[in-house]
Write a protein that binds this ligand. Structure first.
Ligand SMILES: Nc1nc2c(ncn2[C@@H]2O[C@H](COP(=O)(O)OP(=O)(O)OP(=O)(O)O)[C@@H](O)[C@H]2O)c(=O)[nH]1
Ligand SMILES: [Mg+2]
Length: 216
């Protein structure tokens, strides 16, 4: 997933390639050199519909080939060396989704200022609600670093356009009876550029997405 990540995209692609049969860059209409750099490294680049990261995730699910798809950010927050651990339960037939957990693997970004406090508290409450509703034992329902079975991801119909797609994806997998597992992964601070999430502008969308999917 990449939107204006020209400073880090090349390093992420190079580190991901040894772990994947195909590396796919979903570009959210970057206005910098992100797309150009990705193409110069010989990987497939597709454009999302320009509606946000959720749109990018749906684009990836539609465009990916093979059986397993790993989502990874392009800001060097995630360690590609964790990919085999995320994929292993899928290949073993033990899960249809494996989420990297920052609660068990640690994060450089979960606290320290008011915005991060709101994000981590909100995220803990959402996780609690999801666990209660589906009898799950998850610790991180927001991390974008995760592996999914492509047939399963195509079966659940995802509709969220923004970052709320992470929790929507988990709720819909659970609703369909798919198994959602976790593995510890460490989240590093984004190396350059800015976060695309402004917490107070999107908080209500997280609440609505949660309530809608809990009730439905
Ligand atoms: N394809 C696509 N990718 C996006 C879009 N918005 C963000 N991304 C990418 O999704 C990943 C996660 O976005 P970030 O802005 O890093 O969100 P975050 O990790 O919660 O925020 P930070 O902790 O500040 O890094 C990054 O690699 C972004 O480049 C989009 O609209 N389309
Ligand atoms: Mg990030």
């Amino acid at each position: 997933m990449a939107r204006n990540e020209e400073g880090t995209i090349a390093d992420v692609i190079r580190a991901v390639m040894p772990h994947a049969s195909e590396t796919l860059v979903v570009d959210g209409h970057s206005t910098d050199r992100t797309r150009e750099i990705a193409e110069s490294l010989g990987v497939r680049v597709v454009l999302d519909g320009g509606r946000g990261k959720g749109d990018g995730i749906r684009t990836a699910i539609a465009a990916a080939t093979g059986e397993v798809l790993v989502f990874i950010d392009s800001d060097c927050s995630h360690d590609p060396a964790d990919i085999p651990a995320l994929v292993a339960p899928l290949l073993a037939g033990e899960a249809e989704m494996v989420v990297g957990s920052r609660w068990t693997g640690g994060s450089d970004e979960l606290g320290g200022d008011f915005g991060k406090f709101v994000r981590s508290t909100g995220s803990a409450i959402i996780t609690l609600a999801i666990n209660y509703r589906w009898g799950a034992q998850l610790t991180d329902t927001q991390n974008g670093f995760r592996a999914v079975s492509i047939p399963a991801a195509r079966q659940v119909r995802l509709t969220e356009d923004i970052f709320t797609i992470e929790q929507e994806m988990i709720m819909k997998f659970l609703k369909y009876g798919f198994r959602v597992a976790e593995r510890p992964t460490h989240e590093h601070r984004r190396r350059e550029g800015n976060s695309q999430i402004v917490v107070w502008k999107v908080a209500h969308r997280y609440c609505w997405c949660l309530i809608r999917n809990l009730l439905r």
